[in-house]
Design a protein around this ligand. Structure first.
Ligand code: AMP
Ligand code: GLY
Length: 429
């Protein structure tokens, strides 16, 4: 097979790393890729929204399968476009990608299909939103969400009416995220612990991946502002079998069936961001792709061939596919640039990469790196994802942090508690 992966982060490096292990994959490409990816795939400097250049490349390189990493190209119809050329694409069509690209669509869809989620209201008029926030009906904390894609920055958990008003002002009035702020969702703030539940689906069959947990806040113990994700871990008891069955029956199955019934069948990777509450698991959001950094802990636990899984998905025969997962644990610690998630500078030389990967079970996935002669230098906020797989969570954490200790660049910072939540108490206790 000849496969093209679209994207340039740690998630895409992990996809390439896993596909590289398959004897069935004859040629691997990535657009645009990054410095780490370029060691294992041919990188093409094509931006994901350049449909014309993408079509030319796919034809010229006789690509059999395109895997779309991030959400933005799916939201503007890249899968529709490439499928129109007769290429297999792992990723939903534009209409189905609305589950992520419009919070209003996702919430109304959940309401139509009885999928458990936070109570909410939609506003298109900022005056009405302000009036609601000042009324006695509003309960704080409360959550304000821009309708459209805002690179993960369009959700504000507001502790007070003043904070919520500021969020509405920035999203709807100042238009910080442009048309993503045409409408907003204001919803009930849920209490609990989060989990990422990700499945592969051909539109009929659901093939669950192992569950994972992201760590969004920049500092230990979930302190400080949110980031794109400072690390993740994956174990079998993030949900456990009973809770998992409930999520499949009450969330995933109704989404897949509901989207098909509404004329927007969903084919690809569906990610349910869940809050595990005393009322059971409730949906925080849907994503229409792998998580980042969840991908970095999920794929290393996949023992079977990813290209076979992708091919079966695209050909609508997931029903007959068996995926084999490692029953241990994986941990990914993100190493970030000094200052991230605020401003930071790039170009810092990274040392210790080869030594860090010497231990069995360790892989270092690149996100924001660039090659400078023989050296790798930093070129982004999240720089590397140091990942380890081992027989249990404690030993995977130890292995990951041993590898982290071998890597250095000026200003490097990371969380020291990735995985610690899983050691304390099972989430569903
Ligand atoms: P979303 O993009 O909708 O998942 O929101 C990003 C993050 O905001 C989530 O991962 C949660 O940490 C938080 N969040 C979103 N919605 C809620 C909610 N209803 N209650 C509490 N936290 C939330
Ligand atoms: N890790 C959260 C996301 O990928 O959206």
């Amino acid at each position: 097979m000849r496969i093209l992966v679209i994207g340039s982060g740690g998630r895409e490096h992990t996809l390439i790393w896993k596909l590289r292990q398959s004897p069935r994959v004859r040629a691997l490409f990535c657009a645009p890729g990054n410095a780490g990816i370029s060691r294992s795939a041919r990188c093409a400097p094509i931006q994901p929204d350049d449909f014309a250049a993408m079509s030319d490349f796919v034809r010229k390189e006789r690509i059999d399968l395109v895997i779309v990493g991030p959400e933005a190209p799916l939201a503007i119809g890249l899968a529709d476009h490439l499928k129109g050329l007769g290429v297999s694409v792992l990723g939903p069509m534009r209409n189905a990608a609305r589950l992520e690209s419009s919070k209003v669509f996702a919430k109304d869809f959940m309401a139509r299909h009885g999928i458990p989620t936070a109570d909410y209201a939609v506003y298109q008029d900022s005056k009405k939103a302000f009036a609601f926030l000042d009324s006695s009906e509003a309960r704080y904390p409360i959550v304000v969400k821009a309708d459209g894609l805002a690179a993960g920055k369009g959700v504000v958990v507001a502790r007070t009416a003043a904070e919520a008003r500021t969020a509405v002002q920035r999203i709807m009035v100042d238009r910080e995220f442009g048309s993503a702020g045409d409408r907003i969702v204001i919803e009930e703030c849920l209490q609990g612990i989060e989990a990422s539940y990700i499945v592969f689906t051909d539109g009929e069959t659901i093939l669950p991946a192992v569950a994972a947990r992201d760590h969004k806040a920049v500092y230990d113990n979930d302190a400080g502002p949110n980031t794109g994700g400072m690390g993740a871990y994956s174990t079998d008891d993030i949900l456990g079998p009973e809770l998992e069955q409930g999520v499949v029956e009450k969330v995933i199955r109704p989404v897949i069936d509901g989207m098909r019934e509404e004329g927007s069948p969903f084919q690809g990777i569906l990610y349910a961001g869940l809050m595990l509450t005393s009322r059971g698991p409730l949906v925080l959001e849907f994503n229409v792709r792998m998580g980042d950094p969840e991908c970095q802990v999920i794929l290393p636990r996949l023992e079977s061939d990813l290209s076979e899984l992708c091919e079966a998905l695209c050909q609508g025969r997931l029903k007959n596919h068996r995926a084999v997962w490692n029953r241990g644990a994986a941990v990914c610690v993100v190493l970030a640039s000094g200052g991230y998630p605020g401003s930071y500078s790039g170009g810092k030389v990274i040392s210790g990469l080869e030594m860090a990967e010497e231990d069995r079970g360790v892989a270092v996935f690149h996100a924001g790196t660039r090659q400078d002669g023989e050296k790798f230098v930093t070129d982004g906020g999240r720089v590397l994802g140091v990942t380890a797989v081992n027989q249990d969570l404690a030993s995977a954490m130890m292995l990951a942090y041993e590898a982290v200790n071998k890597i250095h660049f000026e200003g490097m910072h990371y969380r020291r508690d990735i995985g610690a939540k899983g050691l304390k108490s099972p989430a569903h206790a």
